[in-house]
Ligand binder design. Structure first.
Ligand SMILES: [Fe+2]
Ligand SMILES: [Fe+2]
Length: 279
């Protein structure tokens, strides 16, 4: 049982959206032939790990600087607001930033879990269903791992509204490839970069181990999306491909806005538009 203290009230602890995919696809030829996908499936099976015992959860987190990174990593570092803060207030900013960041990882992982289950159901080919099944387990493990981390940190944030909007776009689309494009390529691709940044910068052994292990799985997930779409997209018309391009551009705006961390600045009493300025 995870014990979260949310930094801001969660209006609803549940969220429902429409799954308009409407199609469940079965295959009777069991034609699992694509060597690249089968190799990935094989890897997915062999590289399973247990978050409960692979990561040393007895490691303590420094509440004043959870990631053990220099203050230059704080977005408002050097600003007027930052300069006016004392050590306790700065520690609070660091802790809230990490709580917010890892909470978005946690909620994003739940999104990945749901999207991958949907992929297993909708994708036409059996080899992609096989691989997708290994990823469902990976994503459950990631939810577990980030949930444990946040429980140790003792603070969490609700899902960011831009991330939720993006998940909603991906989940409500009826075209199976959009789940791949939105989740496997765009959201997973960005997550991989964010996890990598933390793994490389953090001086905290728990955060480093957690992100390093999750990254090993995420690299396969991005590869999965690329393999499947590379085979499928040449079959689409120019107009259909242009629709996908537009969707990518919109998703990039939402992902950019998600990184503004508006709710953290609001919670800390700073100016949401310009958090470094003095109120
Ligand atoms: Fe994941
Ligand atoms: Fe993933």
């Amino acid at each position: 049982m995870l014990e979260f203290h949310y930094a801001v009230p969660v209006e609803q602890t549940g969220w429902e959206t429409q799954d308009r995919s409407g199609t469940v696809r079965f295959r009777w030829d069991y034609d699992a032939e694509r060597a690249e996908l089968l190799a990935l499936y094989d890897k997915g099976k062999r590289k399973q790990w247990d978050a409960a015992d692979r990561i040393d959860w007895s490691l303590e987190i420094d509440p004043e600087n959870p990631l053990q990174v220099p203050d230059e990593a704080v977005p408002i570092f050097g600003s007027a607001a930052w300069e006016r803060m004392g050590p306790a207030e700065r520690a609070e900013v660091r802790r809230h930033m990490v709580a917010w960041q890892f909470s978005q990882f946690l909620h994003g992982e739940q999104g990945a879990l749901v999207c991958t289950a949907k992929i297993v159901q909708n994708v036409p080919d059996i080899d992609a269903k096989f691989y997708g099944a290994t990823q469902v387990m990976d994503e459950a493990r990631h939810v577990e791992a980030y949930g444990r981390y946040l429980t140790k940190l003792g603070l969490a944030y609700p899902i960011n509204r831009h991330l939720q909007a993006l998940l909603d776009d991906v989940l409500t689309d009826s075209r199976w490839d959009i789940t791949y494009l939105g989740m496997q390529v765009l959201i997973e691709g960005l997550a991989l970069a964010a996890f990598g940044l933390i793994r490389n910068q953090t001086g905290d052994p728990l955060a480093r181990a957690l992100n390093a292990y999750v990254m090993q799985d995420e690299a396969r997930h991005v590869m999965f999306g690329r393999h499947v779409l590379r085979a499928y997209y040449p079959e689409l018309s120019t107009a259909e491909r242009e629709e996908r391009e537009e969707l990518c551009a919109e998703a990039c705006w939402l992902m950019r806005d998600r990184f503004l961390a508006e709710e953290v600045w609001e919670r800390l009493g700073l100016d949401v538009e310009d958090p470094g300025s003095l109120p």
